[in-house]
Design a protein around this ligand. Structure first.
Ligand SMILES: Cc1cc2nc3c(=O)[nH]c(=O)nc-3n(C[C@H](O)[C@H](O)[C@H](O)COP(=O)(O)OP(=O)(O)OC[C@H]3O[C@@H](n4cnc5c(N)ncnc54)[C@H](O)[C@@H]3O)c2cc1C
Length: 416
């Protein structure tokens, strides 16, 4: 592998919905940039095949500069069935759509992994797994949720064949033939329970909640309902609508209020609307059950529980659908000196109106920005705001700084 050192105005780290959307806008504005990461990697490897998306199809579009390439236009171009709300979007269809988006707007994604990021002169130095070092004036980190998987402390060091996190699954075949317990009551837990059950795997669900909650089945709503609880891209109600439409206003709120809004628990664990009938009455459940301890006995996992009518549950494998929590210290590529310079709010970066950290030139977008810009950052719907505003900002400071370079938009993506 050749070692080389290059420079670029903007390095975008991550090629999921956020990175791809930003790169599409940077390209249209003629901002010199490179984008790194496996396109839609976590959607391909860390979400279970057959999953149905919870967000409405109309609210699950990446952001292109003219807001023209929606899931709807993708489906109509290919004569695929589509409805804005009444039918769910499958994981597979969403990945196809994102791939078509990438080919159209972001053709030069470089599928390599950032291994180190450190300060260097006026900018930042990014090192990659193929030995290349890139000096960038600006770095935008869009690495999503997967690196922030949250497992209970007691099980973090258990062998992977006995315990895993819901985010460890794309294909489910490693679980074939096993007896499995899924712990959790949110959509990842109920999705996995449904998919495992339908695969013929013996699965049960353990949750502290007394009852599972599911989103209501989508239906055409009356005009009164639409006024009382408008439907936003991230859920119903005026509060969520404001968060979805005005992330910049959320960013102006006091810190504690922003943190409350960003907390995934504020929206509550909620199963997807189309999964209820596939789980309730089909998958055995231990609800209102707390896990007091977990141990390995004779090659099986034993959960010591309270309230299941028996003191312990034994199984071949436990999947913890215990969510994600942004924590910058878990981003192994961040140099310790750089990490210490980033002002944080409960482990997440504190961001300016341009998604910039307290380290000049270092930006974060996507779920890691939720403590600053609110819950919309945890949804694909949230791609529009950072893509548009950050591209505009970077274009204003970087392109103007180079007036001699008269280039047409679309000419300045650096090809690998
Ligand atoms: C099970 C599940 C279901 C979900 N369902 C929905 C839904 O229905 N609707 C919705 O709106 N949202 C949903 N979400 C949330 C959604 O996944 C995230 O909001 C979204 O993926 C965030 O996009 P992103 O671009 O920030 O990150 P991701 O899509 O996670 O992409 C991260 C990118 O960063 C790259 N990367 C990571 N580390 C490095 C590195 N070191 N070097 C280079 N590249 C790197 C990856 O390869 C990838 O390209 C769901 C999440 C989960 C876990």
């Amino acid at each position: 592998m050749g070692r080389s050192s290059t420079s670029v105005d903007v390095a975008v780290i991550g090629a999921g919905p956020y990175g791809l959307s930003l790169a599409a806008h940077l390209r249209a504005r003629g901002v010199e940039h490179r984008i790194f990461g496996e396109p839609m990697g976590p959607w391909k490897h860390n979400m279970p095949r057959g999953m149905l998306l919870k967000s409405y199809p109309w609210a699950t579009c990446l952001s292109d500069p003219a807001s023209e390439f929606t899931v709807k236009s993708f489906c109509s171009e290919r004569a695929l069935p589509y409805h804005d709300v009444l039918t769910p979007l499958t994981l597979e269809r969403f990945i196809e759509y994102a791939e078509a988006f990438r080919m159209r707007y972001v053709p030069a994604v470089e599928s390599k992994v950032l291994t180190a990021l450190e300060a260097a002169g006026d900018g930042l130095r990014a090192s990659f797994d193929d030995g290349e070092t890139v000096n960038a004036r600006r770095v935008v980190v869009a690495v999503g949720l997967h690196l922030f998987k949250h497992l209970p402390q007691d099980v973090a060091h258990f062998p992977a064949q006995l315990c895993s996190h819901s985010g460890d699954y794309g294909p489910l075949d490693p679980l074939d033939g096993k007896d499995v317990i899924v712990v959790g009551s949110g959509s990842s837990a109920t999705d996995l329970a449904a998919l495992l059950h339908e695969r013929g795997i013996s699965v049960s669900l353990v949750a502290r909640a007394q009852q599972l909650r599911f989103a209501n089945r989508p239906r055409n709503r009356s005009s009164i309902e639409r006024v009382v609880a408008p439907l936003s891209g991230i859920g119903p109600g005026w509060g969520l609508s404001a968060c979805a439409k005005y992330p910049r206003l959320v960013q102006l709120l006091p810190e504690q209020r922003r943190i409350q809004l960003a907390n995934p628990k504020a929206l509550g664990p909620l199963g997807g609307a189309f999964v209820k009938d596939r789980v309730v009455g089909k998958v055995p459940m231990w609800l209102g059950t707390s896990i007091q301890g977990i141990e390995i006995r004779n090659g099986k996992v034993q959960l010591n529980v309270v309230n299941a009518g028996r003191p312990a549950l034994q199984t071949d494998h436990v999947i913890f659908a215990t969510g994600y929590k942004a924590d910058l210290s878990r981003l192994g590529f961040l140099d310790q000196t750089l990490l210490r310079r980033i002002r944080q709010v409960e482990g997440a970066p504190q961001l300016s109106s341009h998604y910039e950290t307290s380290v000049p030139g270092l930006h974060f977008i996507g779920p890691a920005a939720a403590n600053s810009f609110g819950p919309v950052c945890r949804f694909v719907y949230g791609t529009h705001h950072p893509a548009r505003t950050l591209a505009q900002y970077l274009s204003s400071i970087l392109v103007r700084a180079r007036p001699a370079l008269q280039v047409r938009p679309f000419d300045r993506t650096v090809l690998p």
